[in-house]
Design a protein around this ligand. Structure first.
Ligand SMILES: [Fe+2]
Ligand SMILES: [Fe+2]
Length: 245
């Protein structure tokens, strides 16, 4: 997460509200959470091309075998993002459900966006097999310099659950959805100079709307809006068989 702007404002507002409600212990916990998040983000930012190569090689083969996507999503109940104070200890399953639910409340009808909401963070299951959080979480920036307009696929980005998810779903979803999974943790505006026509079109059509729902409906206090069962048909329709994961 960007340290200067959004996080600072969020922290001020949450501290103010927690004080108002008399939840006096929470700010210390928040500071501890943020300190750990900063350490993880620092290590993520120091990833090198060699680190990315090593991670690609480490996860070239399936880690969990053939698994139903439904079961991957459900397993997110055991995962939380230690770099995301807007979610705190809220599970990634709750986050996933609330992204999809917010889309539905707004009348989003593009099923690809809903599917993206439901599977986009399943790569964070890497945490359950012992991968270091700096290789699973955080936002991604390109490593090195690239000519303007080369296209995102030509660049090497810091490696996290996005690249892992892309590698697992690319054979099972349309190209634009695979692209969205791969780049859902980039800063679109910062990466704009690197984009080609396809990147720009998909950023406008998919990444910008997706990021709104992924980022703007987080809360450490909000339970899941509805059971995951609500999307059972959609998930089994799009992923009827186990996939190598
Ligand atoms: Fe994510
Ligand atoms: Fe997310």
């Amino acid at each position: 997460m960007d340290k200067g702007s959004g996080l600072g404002l969020f922290r001020k507002s949450i501290v103010r509200r927690l004080k108002r409600h008399g939840i006096v212990r929470a700010p210390r916990h928040l500071r501890e959470f943020e300190a750990e998040a900063a350490r993880i983000n620092g290590r993520h930012r120091r990833q090198t091309l060699a680190d990315v190569e090593a991670l690609r090689a480490r996860y070239a083969a399936p880690i969990l075998g053939d698994v139903l996507v439904w079961d991957l999503i459900r397993a997110l109940t055991d995962v939380h993002d230690a770099t995301d104070p807007q979610l705190g200890s809220t599970s990634q399953l709750t986050h996933t459900i609330n992204v999809a639910a917010a889309m539905e409340r707004d009348g989003v009808t593009d099923e690809d966006l809903l599917v993206a909401a439901l599977v986009h963070d399943t790569g964070k299951l890497l945490l359950t097999v012992g991968e270091a959080p700096e290789n699973v979480l955080c936002m991604n920036e390109p490593i090195g310099e690239y000519a303007p307009g080369v296209g995102l696929d030509t660049c090497v980005f810091q490696w996290n659950h996005d690249e892992f998810a892309w590698s697992r779903y690319r054979e099972h979803v349309p190209a634009h959805l695979a692209w969205l999974l791969r780049y859902h943790s980039i800063y679109p505006d910062r990466c704009a100079p690197l984009m080609d026509d396809r990147d720009r079109a998909w950023t406008a059509r998919y990444l910008k709307p997706f990021s709104h729902y992924d980022q703007d409906f987080k809360s450490p206090f909000r339970p899941a809006d509805r059971p995951l069962e609500h999307w059972r048909e959609l998930i089994f329709d799009r992923f009827p068989r186990p996939i190598p994961f």
